[in-house]
Design a protein around this ligand. Structure first.
Ligand code: 13P
Length: 247
């Protein structure tokens, strides 16, 4: 059985004045609930300070992306060893906003995830279909295809986290139905089992997309949902902690 991970993604939000929210979340998740992990992924500029703020707590800190290369001439990018050096334990790769804004392909995402693992980080590999893909009835086919293409070759399943985030549910308030999430997560687990065998059962599969304190409990009771990747509702400690409490 996979552990539960309640993860926040602050996206391009947060400056020094936001650090008290990290401190409040860190205090609220400490001591940890058995079997439930808490993580906040912050902009690169906040990684070191957020890590320091969470140091004495059960809260983990993550990055929001990393480059596939360790170093070099890539102006503005941040490498996996840099993210790890700044105190992160996890890093999001392949978020739909990165895929859309920066043209990151699933092959790029697989290389980023491999770099993350090499640097000692746990990658959170994001996949999800657009509204048009869902309307065409091809959501399962599209998302399982993205999963296969975004997994680094030969990865240790114990080092992976997957996040299913339907693009149409992100930041829209249009949360996916429990039935649709159940169907997708069951398909993703089956896909992982085909690749990793019994060890696939230990890979957390998170749901993301308009998760909030009002809908979290329903989503988190779906069999193959092992946590959430939360955007907007992770910016306020009270909301994030209410979702953590529901887990
Ligand atoms: P929202 O929770 O704001 O919909 O964002 C979800 C997301 O993209 C998390 O990575």
């Amino acid at each position: 059985m996979a552990r539960t991970l309640i993860a926040g993604n602050w996206k391009m939000n947060g400056v020094s004045a936001s650090l008290p929210e990290i401190e409040a979340i860190a205090a609220g998740v400490t001591p940890a609930k058995p079997g439930v992990e808490a993580l906040i992924c912050v902009p690169a500029t906040l990684l070191t300070r957020a890590s320091a703020a969470a140091a004495e707590s059960a809260l983990m800190i993550g990055g929001e992306t990393c480059h596939a290369k360790v170093s070099g001439a890539h102006t503005g990018d941040i490498s996996a060893p840099m993210v790890a050096d700044a105190g992160a334990s996890h890093v999001i790769v392949g978020h739909s906003e990165r895929r859309a804004d920066h043209g990151e392909s699933s092959e790029t995402v697989a290389a980023q995830a491999a770099a993350a693992i090499e640097a000692g980080l746990t990658p959170i590999i994001c996949i999800g279909e657009t509204a048009a893909e869902r309307d065409s009835g091809k959501a399962i086919e599209v998302v399982t295809g993205m999963l296969r293409a975004s997994l680094p070759a030969g990865a240790d399943p114990a080092r992976l986290v997957i996040a299913y985030e339907p693009v149409w549910a992100i930041g829209t308030g249009n949360v996916a139905t429990v039935e649709a999430v159940d169907e997708m997560h069951t398909a993703l687990r089956a896909c992982l089992s085909g690749i990793f065998g019994a060890a696939a059962g230990d890979i957390p599969i998170l749901y993301g997309g308009s998760m909030n304190p009002g809908n979290a409990a329903g989503l988190l009771t779906v069999r193959d949902v092992n946590g959430g990747l939360i955007g907007g509702a992770s910016l306020k400690a009270a909301d994030f902690l209410a979702i953590y409490a529901a887990a």
